[in-house]
Design a binder for this molecule. Structure first.
Ligand SMILES: [Zn+2]
Length: 164
């Protein structure tokens, strides 16, 4: 049995009591969350979100990559969200390497140097600010109502980062 086989059994149970069939597509809270993909961080639990409440966009670091900006643009322009919540966290894997070191290693292993940035960072607070600044600089995302947080994986608490 793979983990995926376990998930399918879990899903059969979930679908057996499913009662979310009539939710509208636009998020009820008009919020998009951009969060790190870290397995210890569950934005729905941390924020008390339910199905239909918010868009949750995740990647390594919770970084405002071009693809995150693509999703935020769709979220706001087509689906009515007006607020953005950024969540980085303590002990992030993105603080444990340098972009160039990982690119060197991959180039040695494969002969190909990735053309994209891994967006490693050394300070979660600073990267929350950097992420907010990138979103503010995007001409495609109309609503700049952004708040940023660092989630503490040891206490479960969110700490707000002043974005200035
Ligand atoms: Zn992380």
């Amino acid at each position: 049995m793979s983990a995926t086989d376990d998930f399918l059994a879990n899903n059969a149970e979930y679908a057996g009591s499913f009662d979310q069939a009539d939710l509208p597509i636009p998020p009820a809270k008009k919020v998009a969350v951009l969060a790190c993909m870290d397995a210890r961080l569950d934005p729905a639990k941390v924020l008390g979100l339910h199905e239909g409440d918010a868009h949750v966009i995740r990647n390594a670091g919770g970084v405002a990559t071009d693809d995150a900006l693509r999703s935020l643009t769709i979220s706001q322009r087509l689906l009515g969200t007006e607020e953005i919540v950024l969540i980085h966290h303590t002990g992030c894997g993105m603080e444990s390497f340098e972009d160039d070191d990982l690119k060197d290693q991959i180039q040695t292993d494969t002969g190909i140097r990735p053309g994209f940035s891994f967006e490693a960072f050394s300070d979660a607070d600073e990267d929350v600010k950097h992420t907010a600044a990138r979103i503010r600089a995007s001409p495609f995302v109309p609503h700049k109502n952004i708040r940023g947080f660092v989630y503490d994986v040891e206490t479960g608490k969110l700490r707000e980062v002043p974005l200035g």
